[in-house]
Design a binder for this molecule. Structure first.
Ligand code: DQA
Length: 150
């Protein structure tokens, strides 16, 4: 098995499908996981897909990624806008990072316009709903191909 891409999901994303569907859509996190895995497999990658409501657990998983992941796709949920601990962990991981959001955070409340994840990320994908997970996998696969060609 190739080294997995970690796809990490933060707080409240376990409620996808029932949580504010007008913003986040009708798909559950399990649906999103399936489409993420399918896209990764089609591109010759595999994913380790996880969700936690606990900031420290996300930090621990990002630390784990340093040795066990090829890259990190992170939808940190609300921790995006608050967590210096997640930023520090991402910087320490020394892996390609893609920041991901289902919703277009820039069309929403101003407190969602600031991201602590963005300074550690190669790029940001937001506003495309569950499709964004597939786009993030495609972007990560490109980054990893370019990295291995260097
Ligand atoms: C989110 C956007 C965040 O602002 C919010 O706190 C979330 C989900 C998104 O995927 O659109 O929990 O990350």
């Amino acid at each position: 098995m190739p080294t997995p891409i970690f796809v990490l999901n933060g707080p409240n994303l376990n409620l996808l499908g029932v949580r504010e569907p007008s913003i986040y859509g009708a798909e559950t996190l399990e649906d999103v996981k399936r489409r993420t895995q399918a896209r990764a497999e089609a591109l010759g990658h595999n994913v380790d897909f996880r969700q936690s409501n606990v900031e420290g657990e996300l930090v621990t998983w990002i630390q784990e990624a340093r040795d066990k992941a090829s890259g990190i796709v992170l939808n940190a949920g609300a921790y995006t806008h608050t967590s210096i601990a997640i930023l520090d962990a991402l910087n320490a991981a020394e892996k390609p990072v893609i920041e991901l959001h289902l919703s277009n955070v820039f069309r929403r409340e101003s407190f969602r316009h600031h991201s602590y994840v963005a300074p550690a990320a190669q790029g940001v994908i937001c506003g495309f709903g569950p499709k964004g997970y597939e786009l993030a996998i495609e972007a990560m696969a490109d980054l990893l191909t370019r990295k291995s060609a260097r």
